[in-house]
Design a protein around this ligand. Structure first.
Ligand code: GLU
Length: 482
């Protein structure tokens, strides 16, 4: 059997990390088996669905490298198909029109509550006579369409993640609504559980791999497959992503959409790598840092955990750092330029390219996130960077003024500067002032960068000198030091 899987996001928000992670598992499974990965946009919620979210979802999947082979298919374009299938169920007597008013349904639930029973539809309109129906229609009631659920059915499936899962028909809440209210000779808008099954049948989905939050829908959907005369696919319910407190990760935990992670300076590779690790353990001997293709080769559901996976920012930052440290400076520069531009730093992306690549080379090894480059490089782009309190303290140390003065005098002879020349300037100042090298270095850092910590000092000095910032910066430092 060929593997056909799908990701079926609703375009009611940006691509969520949970949906993206489900997409990862589907993609890995499809690629492992040489199967097909399909994108279906579940846009039947007309009020909350937006084209810009569809755009965001497709961009996010593409950015992550989760390319799809078929689609995007849109549910709103398949309404006639759903109605045809509902009509089939009505014709076979497997579904019926139910005419209760919302008030009647509320009263039914209240009565159940009063009897300490779980709320459910009590199937009261399952066997209406034609006369009863006619009377309701005459009253102007608009019926929903309900699918019959046999209370005595046992439903079970072998889940790819959770093994055997069993449900009782009576726990499914009674006959379920598959189409919203409409005139009695029409079929109203069909609902999620129904359209998903019709789509999965029509798209010949072999494995339904989705978040654990859908597990309660699966028994209802299995009954719908049977009613529609279709083969039931294999199901796999993947564990949810949790916050540090063990609750489902939500907006309150900071960022939850893939585009937010992108803005924050995570690489697509790191996010894809981390999402895979959230719920899947690589086989013995496989490194934790891997690309999607390598993960696909090794992917199997027996290494997917049952328990929810806690989202760990430190781990993600560490993984992202691993990717950033490996990036060649040219590629890193391409990724950093938008952040520097966004920060309003003035530079010429083409003319200054070698200088920018040199910066990337210097800061790359210490970075965990791309957006750090804004604060990290401020001293390189902003002429009047100011001096932090600790830099000011450093510049006020005994001998600091002489150190800066000595460096300035030596530096004026150099139009360009190499690392060796910078080192020999420091040696000269050590000799001429008798100050300790450590004090000179610290003072130089404070004077050149306006801070007492930051990227490599000698390289920073070269970069500043190349852009004619080193001398005016040291001149400003003298004023603080004296
Ligand atoms: N549209 C559903 C969601 O966004 C997915 C349904 C499914 O995978 O069956 O969660």
């Amino acid at each position: 059997m060929s593997v056909r899987v799908r990701i079926a996001p609703s375009p009611t928000g940006s691509l969520h990390i949970g949906t993206a992670r489900t997409a990862v598992f589907n993609w890995l499974f499809a690629r492992h088996h040489g199967g097909t990965f399909i994108l279906r946009i579940e846009d039947t919620d007309l009020e909350r669905s937006r084209p810009e979210y569809t755009e965001n979802i497709m961009q996010g999947l593409t950015w992550l490298g989760l390319t799809w082979d078929e689609g995007p298919f849109f549910q709103t374009q398949r309404m006639d198909q759903y109605r045809e299938n509902i009509q089939q169920l009505l014709d076979k007597g497997l579904a019926y029109r139910a005419y209760e008013t919302p008030e009647e349904l509320d009263a039914m639930r209240e009565a159940q509550k009063a009897r300490n029973e779980a709320p459910r539809y009590d199937n009261r309109h399952r066997n209406l006579t034609p006369d009863q129906e006619a009377a309701f229609i005459a009253e102007g009631r608009k019926p929903v369409i309900r699918f019959k659920i046999d209370d005595d059915r046992d439903i079970s499936w072998t889940d790819l993640v959770r093994g055997t899962v069993s449900w009782k028909g009576r726990d499914l809440g009674g006959d379920m609504v598959i189409a919203r209210a409409a005139a009695a000779d029409e079929i109203g808008p069909p609902l999620y559980n129904f359209v998903v099954v019709v789509d999965d049948i029509d798209m010949a989905i072999s494995h339904v791999i989705r978040g654990e939050d859908h597990i309660g829908n699966t028994p209802k959907q299995i009954l719908l497959y049977e009613a529609l005369g279709a083969t039931v696919p294999t199901f796999g319910h993947t564990p949810l992503i949790l916050n540090q407190q063990g609750a489902k990760l939500s907006k309150r935990d900071g960022v939850t959409s893939i585009s937010d992670f992108q803005t924050m300076g995570y690489t697509a590779e790191a996010i894809a790598n981390y999402m895979t690790l959230l719920g899947w353990s690589p086989p013995e001997g496989m490194d934790e840092i891997f690309g999607l293709t390598e993960a696909a080769e090794n992917f199997s559901f027996d290494r997917v955990n049952k328990a929810g996976a806690k989202f760990d920012w430190d781990k993600l930052n560490w993984i992202n750092g691993q990717y950033l440290h490996k990036l060649p400076p040219t590629q890193l520069t391409d990724l950093l330029i938008p952040y520097w531009q966004q920060a309003g730093y003035a530079f010429d992306p083409e003319g200054d390219r070698p200088w920018l690549e040199h910066i990337a080379e210097v800061i790359g090894p210490g970075m965990a996130r791309l957006d750090e480059c804004v604060a990290l490089c401020r001293y390189l782009f902003v002429a009047d960077v100011g001096f932090t309190e600790s830099a000011t303290n450093q510049l006020k140390q005994n001998g600091a003024a002489a150190a800066v003065q000595g460096v300035l005098e030596a530096l004026e002879k150099y139009e360009t500067l190499t690392a060796d020349e910078a080192q020999s300037i420091i040696q000269t100042v050590v000799k001429s002032t008798g100050l300790k090298k450590g004090l000179i270095m610290k003072t130089l850092r404070a004077g050149l960068t306006g801070d007492t910590q930051g990227p490599d000092l000698i390289q920073s000095w070269l970069l500043l000198h190349q852009h004619q910032i080193a001398i005016p910066r040291l001149e400003a430092a003298i004023l603080v030091a004296t």
